[in-house]
Write a protein that binds this ligand. Structure first.
Ligand SMILES: O=P(O)(O)OC[C@H]1O[C@H](O[C@H]2O[C@H](CO)[C@@H](O)[C@H](O)[C@H]2O)[C@H](O)[C@@H](O)[C@@H]1O
Length: 702
């Protein structure tokens, strides 16, 4: 059953969110991208296109837009990459005056440019990972646009808090990783938000909170406004990333009916049994369906999404020649399954750095005579770090030969979104490694080396190089690129361009959770259910005990895959499919209908035209004999009406039509003959085709 569509985007568009406080000046500005009106690609036939169709041209001229002075971009296709955060590192200048910016080379969003055709300019729209004071935001925006073609989105602090920390991190992120809030959560705990439109107390422990949802939608609108500042709707592609921005496609589609929009979800998409607990489940599905292409890392995530569309919206998918599509009001929404990869050149460049070799030697000395198992994870609640420690402890106990010989090095990268749950897990982890080191450690031997700080890429790659096995025990993870990085580091790189000698050991072993996105791609890994501590312990033992030949074979297989399915391969494939999904866009007749999240674009093949009222009236008046077939539900009574009985007004109109001797009027319906006969007993000149025509009642009188 469908839930009530709660938030009306039109309200939001009017800024009707009193409780969220005023928006920042910059983001409230409505500015168009260019001060010129552009020729439409579609030649419209008078009277056949909806009046709403002109929305694309409705943007006012640029005012205060960062892009208002960039006419050169008017021609040529561009890609706008929209994400919660820009691929930019921001640092306060040492003298405290102003900021310095650089590209974030580790950002996948930056790396994806390698798969984009050279002639396509890439622009980024997103937040800045630093607290830029309001007074400096305009200057920062201009600098980021001029130097990096990055369009900064600044959210007011309280909105950002509710959008990111409350709705994204406490509601969507856990749910998408299969963690349901407790049904009986107390109202005291974690959420700092208050609902602007609900009388329920603020939700604790991740229970759905309307105020946070409203903040999420409003934050998405801030991103939308920034896109509007720079977009050329007829030339640009927009590629939206991840779960933070799932409402954005609806804002974009409302304004630009024919815009080419892709979306990629980096997190898992959960089973429909989990997803359907989300009170705004239909709203989010419908918003995503305003895209042209929706991408997932794995077949399972896509399958879950498709079954949600089927069960919650009644939309079925079709698969043709290897492409999966959902028919949505005349548009086909493509589904793309393509796991992301790593940036080969960048990683190989790190492998060539001189200080890396030095660090590798240092680590080799430190762990001489030991077998190193390695974990590299973000410190978040789904990475299963404690499960890994428990499995390692179990291995040391059940295979005592490893005591004094095996070391688990665990790198735990701190994350931005802290929370109560994370603190509890950190305490649990600490307790585990202290216990293991207490029980099995001895002078010169610490079985667990725990590194809870961000390590440089040089240092990380050095650890990968000396590790005999990488272990990933995440209980859920969208993709997880740790195994890929490890494989490339173990392969090493030619010492010089003229030599084929390699610096890596060219053998590797992986123990990976079956609940992470990279697992299906790594057929040589030992897959484990991380909740099964004993089985994971056995897998660790097996991995480090295998012969070198076996480790080499598995390594080679993985390396072949990882090196050919890199980040450029992923983005190129996505953009190609997006182009393909949109190839008919500008040929089609389309118009927007529906309010709030019910908004969608109805698209028609150009051979269809919309009925013109004047021509119908003229044809009616001219004709000598007419056959009139009327559907019942949705035609004579509204689809949504609970009372399905025809109104007296409907009966009167039908009798008027029937009384004209030139008319033969029929109701054609799937409804039963008894009910239709009863409802239209006062229309003796009306014909009825009941039960899809299986039963016919011809007119009773002339
Ligand atoms: O913490 P957030 O700002 O909400 O971002 C979530 C995570 O995003 C990135 O990870 C996600 O994308 C990766 C690449 O597709 C995928 O491997 C991973 O499974 C996803 O969760 C980012 O790498 C993480 O650091 C963020 O925590």
């Amino acid at each position: 059953m469908m839930s009530r569509s709660y938030t009306n985007l039109l309200d939001l568009a009017e800024g009707n969110f009193a409780a969220l406080g005023p928006a920042s000046g910059g983001a409230r500005r409505r500015s168009g991208s260019f001060g010129m009106k552009r020729m439409s690609r579609v030649m419209t036939v008078p009277g056949t296109l909806s009046e709403l169709d002109g929305e694309d041209e409705s943007e006012p001229a640029a005012t205060n837009s960062v892009a208002s002075d960039v006419p050169s971009s008017v021609s040529g296709e561009r890609l706008l990459v929209v994400s919660n955060q820009l691929p930019i590192v921001a640092r306060r200048r040492p003298d405290g005056r102003g900021w310095s910016f650089s590209w974030d080379d580790d950002s996948l969003l930056l790396q994806l440019r390698d798969g984009i055709p050279d002639e396509m300019e890439v622009l980024f729209v997103g937040g800045v990972r630093a607290d830029i004071p309001l007074a400096e935001q305009d200057e920062v925006s201009q600098a980021l646009y001029d130097r990096f073609r990055c369009v900064a989105v600044f959210l007011p602090e309280s909105l950002h808090d509710r959008f990111y920390h409350s709705f994204c991190k406490r509601q969507l992120w856990p749910l998408f990783h299969y963690m349901l809030p407790f049904a009986s959560s107390a109202s005291t705990a974690t959420s700092s938000s208050s609902s602007s439109s609900s009388s329920a107390p603020p939700a604790g422990n991740g229970r759905f909170d309307r105020g946070s949802w409203e903040a999420y939608v409003l934050a998405n609108k801030f991103f939308f406004e920034k896109v509007v500042e720079v977009i050329n709707p007829e030339d640009d592609y927009v590629w939206v990333h991840d779960y933070h921005l799932m409402a954005l496609p609806t804002f974009l589609r409302r304004r630009f009916n024919r815009l080419r929009i892709g979306f990629f979800l980096h997190s898992p998409f959960p089973s429909s049994e989990i997803y359907r607990t989300l009170p705004v489940r239909e709203e989010i599905l419908k918003a995503l369906l305003n895209c042209d292409l929706i991408g997932f890392h794995t077949f399972d995530y896509a399958r879950h999404f498709l079954s949600c569309c089927s069960r919650m919206l009644g939309i079925e998918y079709q698969s043709k020649r290897g492409y999966i599509g959902l028919e949505y009001f005349g548009r086909t929404v493509g589904i793309k399954i393509m796991p992301v990869g790593i940036h080969m050149d960048q990683l190989q460049a790190v492998l060539c750095l001189p200080d890396r070799q030095w660090r590798v030697s240092e680590l080799q000395q430190q762990f001489e005579g030991k077998t190193v198992l390695l974990g590299v994870d973000d410190m978040d609640i789904f990475k299963g770090i404690n499960l890994k420690l428990l499995a390692f402890e179990n291995m040391l106990r059940t295979h005592p030969k490893w005591q004094g010989r095996a070391v688990l090095v665990q790198i735990a990268k701190p994350v931005r979104g802290k929370g109560k749950d994370l603190e509890a897990i950190e305490a649990e982890i600490r307790e585990s490694y202290n216990r293991i080191n207490g029980e099995f450690g001895r002078s010169g031997y610490s079985p667990v080396v725990f590194i809870d700080r961000d390590v440089s890429s040089v240092e990380k790659s050095a650890y990968y190089t000396i590790a005999e096995c990488v272990v990933v025990t995440a209980v859920r993870d969208g993709m997880n690129l740790t195994p890929y990085e490890y494989i490339v580091c173990r392969q090493g790189t030619p010492r010089s361009e003229s030599s084929s000698e390699v610096t890596g050991p060219k053998k590797s072993m992986l123990v990976v959770s079956e609940f992470i996105g990279c697992s299906p791609s790594l057929s040589g890994a030992i897959r484990v259910n991380p909740w099964n501590v004993e089985a994971t312990a056995e897998a660790m033992n097996e991995a480090i005990s295998l012969s070198d030949q076996e480790k080499q074979l598995r390594h080679e297989k993985h390396y072949r895959y990882v090196s050919t399915h890199d980040v450029a391969y992923w983005s190129k494939s996505f953009i190609q499919d997006l182009e393909r999904a949109c190839k008919d866009h500008f040929r089609r007749t389309c118009w927007g209908i529906g309010l709030g999240f019910g908004f969608r674009v109805v698209a028609l093949d150009p051979h269809f035209t919309k009925l013109n009222m004047d021509s119908i009236v003229m044809a009616y008046e001219r004709s000598e004999s007419r056959a009139i077939f009327l559907d019942y539900d949705g035609t004579l009574v509204p689809q949504t009406s609970i009372n399905k009985t025809p109104s007296s007004e409907v009966l009167r109109i039908i009798n008027t039509l029937c009384s004209d001797k030139r008319n033969i009027v029929f109701i054609v319906s799937g409804r039963g003959r008894d009910k239709l006969g009863e409802w239209f007993s006062s229309c003796p000149k009306l014909g009825i085709a009941a039960e899809h025509g299986y039963f016919l009642r011809y007119r009773l009188s002339f």
